[in-house]
Design a protein around this ligand. Structure first.
Ligand code: ZN
Length: 337
């Protein structure tokens, strides 16, 4: 970081020459870029656009029809099929806001592990039909859950709100839902993000605002950008300065966040995608200078024998790779925030 309060967007371009069989073995040069995230220092690779994450004409409505008759999250089954929290944690056993319902995960990934459906009535909910109200109400169930978990167990201070949406993202249940975790320990990414000095977050957001090429806009207190060094395809990030944990979100801030997430999901639908991951990374409540922040990435589309978008670079080198330019992505997404 420089003395003027800006961060450096480090990028290195590599030129690679091959003798190309598609052109009679004449020399051909491709370029790729290695970029460094100004916050975490993690590097990522951007390769030339090559259709690594293809659109698909998969019939999502047909899969919805096929999976609905046995779905545990649908309104006719949810009351009997999903667990309840012990009364010492959540007095009512489950959390309801608007159409959304939150309940414990049968298979816990966290000390306090929750699943929440946007609505038991909406087994089929394509990304184009996500609305600010559906997303905000679903996020609000997690805010309530996080608050009650922290109250019941002051050691469980690391909260996150996440999504696996459709099979390629890791979801095992078709019915659209979010997942939350509250833990006594951070995940690796929570630890990394919480270790970033507060003035670097300020400088980063200021630098993105000034540069403009990845800046998408603001909704209330939330700031939206495309990731400079993305962790996945078509990554969009948001930051909410002044709030460290989901447990601290006001109703207005939940609406701002939900409005932005719905805009991203509608945008993903326009790009031709139906599967995504999301993480809202909380730090312990009242952590000074930490801005609550989230990342959203597209995943491979549903289709038989699809190609995974996670390969050796991502999985085993922790070097995320994509062929979507953050600057071109921002150009297409701007105007929605
Ligand atoms: Zn269902």
């Amino acid at each position: 970081m420089s003395a003027t309060g800006s961060v450096e967007f480090r990028r290195e371009s590599l030129a690679v020459e091959i003798l190309d069989p598609r052109r009679g073995f004449r020399p051909a040069v491709s370029t790729l870029e290695i970029r460094q995230d100004p916050l975490t220092g993690l590097t990522a690779r951007l390769i030339a656009p090559s259709g690594l994450l293809p659109r698909s004409d998969f019939d999502l409505a047909a899969l919805a029809q096929q999976t609905a008759p046995t779905c545990p999250f649908c309104s006719s089954r949810i009351d009997e099929h999903v667990p309840r929290f012990p009364r010492t944690l959540i007095a009512e056993g489950r959390v309801r806001v608007g159409e959304a319902v939150l309940f414990p995960n049968l298979l816990p990934y966290s000390q306090y592990s929750a699943v929440s459906v946007y609505s038991p009535e909406r087994h089929y909910l394509p990304l184009a039909e996500m609305t600010p109200a559906l997303v905000s109400d679903n996020l609000a169930t997690h805010v309530s859950f996080c608050r009650q978990a922290v109250l019941a167990d002051p050691d469980a201070r690391w909260a996150s709100i996440n999504a696996n949406h459709m099979l390629p993202s890791g979801s095992s249940v078709f019915h659209p839902h979010l997942q939350g975790g509250v833990n006594p320990r951070p995940t690796n990414m929570q630890r990394l993000l919480a270790g970033v000095p507060p003035d670097r977050y300020e400088a980063y957001l200021e630098s993105e605002r000034r540069a403009g090429e990845r800046f998408l806009g603001e909704i209330g207190d939330t700031v939206w950008v495309t990731a400079f060094a993305p962790l996945g395809f078509a990554e969009i990030r948001a930051f909410l300065p002044g709030v460290a944990s989901p447990a601290e979100l006001s109703p207005g801030q939940v609406t701002d966040l939900g409005t932005g997430v719905a805009a991203v999901l509608n945008f993903y639908a326009d790009l031709g995608f139906e599967s995504f991951n999301m993480a809202v990374y909380g730090a312990p409540p009242h952590t000074p200078g930490y801005p609550l922040n989230l990342r959203l990435v597209c995943r491979s589309n549903l289709q038989p024998l699809y190609r995974s978008d996670t390969a050796w670079l991502d999985k085993l080198h922790w070097e995320p790779t994509s062929d979507v330019s953050p600057e071109e992505l921002a150009e297409r997404a701007r105007g929605r925030f």
